[in-house]
Structure formats: C-alpha cells, structure tokens
Design a protein around this ligand. Structure first.
Ligand SMILES: NC(=O)c1ccc[n+]([C@@H]2O[C@H](COP(=O)([O-])OP(=O)(O)OC[C@H]3O[C@@H](n4cnc5c(N)ncnc54)[C@H](OP(=O)(O)O)[C@@H]3O)[C@@H](O)[C@H]2O)c1
Length: 293
C-alpha cells in the first residue's frame, strides 16, 4: 500500500514523499491519520536548537495527530486514537491513546500545557492572571482554564490589533493589549510566560511566574531577555519552569473541564509545509489543525 509523508530534505526544506507502507507488528495499530496539529515548538525541532530531539534530514517530521485504526491488533478497527506520528497520511504505532468521538480537537489541543502551567504556578481563587502572546495554541485556551480554576481577572497580549480583538471577543480574556505598542499590565498574581520575557515588574509581591515558552527567541530570533533579579528578590516572586511530565497526574481533572481549543484549519498534507511557515510568521489564530482526509 502506498502512502505519503512530509520529510525534512535539508535545512528548512520540507518535501512531500510517496512511500510504501509497512505492515503493523504485534501490539501495533495502522492508523489513517485524519487531523494533525502544528506548533511553534516545530521551529526548534527543525533547527535543533531546543531541548527535545529534533527532526532528522531524510526522515518524516512528527507531531500530534488523531486518526482511525484501519488494521493491527493493538485496538479494534474503527477506533479513534491520538499519537505522536503526524506529518504522514498513515502511521504505525504502539503508543497511542483512545479518543472518544467528538473529542478529536481536544486530543490535539495544547490546553493541558496552559492548565499545567496555571497549576504549577499555584493559581488561587480570586487572583489576577497574565498570559503573554496568547493568540497561539496554548494561550488561546488559557483564559477559560484560568477562570475554571477561580481566576478573577485574566489579561493577555498578542502581536496584532486583530488578534487582540479576538482575545476578549472569543477567547475569554477580560483585558487584552498589543505587545508591540503597549506596556505590560500591573498587579499580576500569576503570569504564564510563553514569550521568554518574565514580566517581573508587573507582579504583585509573592507573585508566581510559570516559564513555559520562549516565542521571542523561537520565532522572533531574539536573544534571551535579561532577568530582573533585583525585581524577583524585591517582590518575592517565585519562578517555575514548566516540566509537563511532572504534571501528568492532573490530566483527568483537566479533561473534566472539556475546553475546546480555538483553532484555524488548513486542508491537506500538501498545504502543511506552507502552513508551518505561516505559523512561524504569525499568520494564524489559535491551534493550527491540518486535515488529512
Ligand atoms: N513547556 C512545555 O511543556 C511546552 C509545551 C508546549 C508548548 N510550549 C511552548 O509554549 C509556547 C507557545 O506554544 P504554542 O504551541 O501556543 O505556540 P503557537 O500556537 O505556535 O503560537 C504561535 C504564536 O507565537 C506568536 N509569536 C510569533 N512571533 C512571536 C514573537 N517574536 N514574540 C512573541 N510571540 C510571537 C504568534 O502570535 P502573535 O501573532 O500575536 O505574535 C503566534 O500566535 C512555545 O514557546 C512552545 O514551545 C511549551
């Protein structure tokens, strides 16, 4: 059986390649992928500058996907599963999770990153939360999750006036501002830093900052931001790097919140490489989902 996948052909060069599909081994499933998600982390997987093992030249890319089992003895044919082998029409894997029909988008969502960060920062009822660069996959879910955990006020920033408008109109933020033109808010109890610029001066005494991403470096090519150490000390700010694996036990309670991610849809594997470049350029709002048939 023939199938297609996207491979890394050289630095930043993605090609769609037709190839022969192998047979699934014992305990494996053959999955017809139907959706996959893109993310900023793929920038560092492409250039090998992040902490995770990156994409390799000559091999297919990988990433979150959801599809339907069509063969193999790992799960009944017709079962919907999520796994980490996106960027291909078919995947063979023994590492998958069963997805209930109707929960496909939630299985692709980065909402658990936002939830883990809010819990890692110890968000308490009645507090004010600030999330930086919230137009993407993680940030667009964070306001609803923060409210579900009792936040009284949630503030977000984005890079264009259109995205700023979406934050309050569609994503549940109470206040939003354009990070290119406006200064940061004040009186923050909990900050989720996706940009790599911890907002120390905006924190209330005893505030907590969860360090989750470094978008300004990853997508903007910025040098690491200096840390206001005296501000951290003077305000008694706690900073915690998000190790998502350490928060896996929170997944059941996160799932009960059933927050669907705001998303943008692009159709077809052939369109995926350009969509990824578009994501790096800030062209999309919410989680970027590629339909694969
Ligand atoms: N620690 C973990 O376990 C973990 C897990 C998942 C993700 N992450 C990290 O979390 C961050 C967000 O991930 P994501 O999947 O939500 O990203 P995403 O959906 O790919 O978001 C892309 C967003 O980045 C923004 N952006 C582009 N250039 C920027 C710049 N120079 N400065 C600031 N923002 C910029 C764009 O918004 P604008 O158009 O508004 O600029 C765009 O909406 C990433 O750093 C990712 O690596 C961490």
């Amino acid at each position: 059986m023939r199938t297609r996948e996207v491979r890394l052909a050289g630095p930043d060069e993605l090609v769609v390649v037709e190839t022969e599909l192998a047979e699934p081994g014992p305990g494996h499933v053959l999955v017809r992928n139907r959706w996959m998600a893109l993310g900023a982390v793929m920038r560092t997987l492409l250039d090998g500058t992040g902490p995770l093992p990156g994409y390799r030249v000559g091999e297919p890319l990988f990433g979150k996907a959801v599809g339907e089992v069509i063969a193999g003895d790992g799960a009944p044919v017709g079962t919907l599963v999520s796994h980490g082998l996106g960027w291909r029409e078919h995947a063979i894997t023994e590492r998958f999770e069963i997805v209930e029909p109707g929960a496909e988008l939630r299985a692709l969502s980065s909402g658990f990153v936002a939830y883990g960060a809010l819990r890692a920062a110890g968000l308490r009822s009645g507090e004010t939360v600030y999330v930086s660069s919230v137009a993407g996959a993680v940030g667009s879910t964070a306001a609803r999750l923060a409210k579900a955990l009792g936040a009284a006020r949630v503030v977000g920033s984005a890079g264009t006036p259109e995205k700023v408008a979406a934050l309050t109109a569609a994503f549940g933020y109470d206040e939003a501002f354009d990070r290119q033109t406006e200064t940061r808010p004040a009186d923050i109890d909990v900050a989720i830093d996706l940009v790599g610029e911890p907002p120390v001066a905006a924190m209330r005494p005893g505030g907590r900052i969860a360090l989750v991403g470094a978008l300004a470096q990853q997508l903007g090519g910025a040098t690491p931001a200096p840390l206001d150490l005296l501000g951290v000390i003077g305000r008694g700010v706690t900073m915690v790097g998000l190790d998502l694996a350490a928060h896996r036990h929170l997944e059941p309670e996160y799932r009960t919140l059933a927050v669907d991610p705001p998303h943008s849809v692009v159709h077809g594997l052939d369109a995926a490489p350009d969509a990824l470049r578009g994501l790096f350029a800030g062209r999309f709002t919410g989680l970027v989902v590629i339909t694969l048939g």
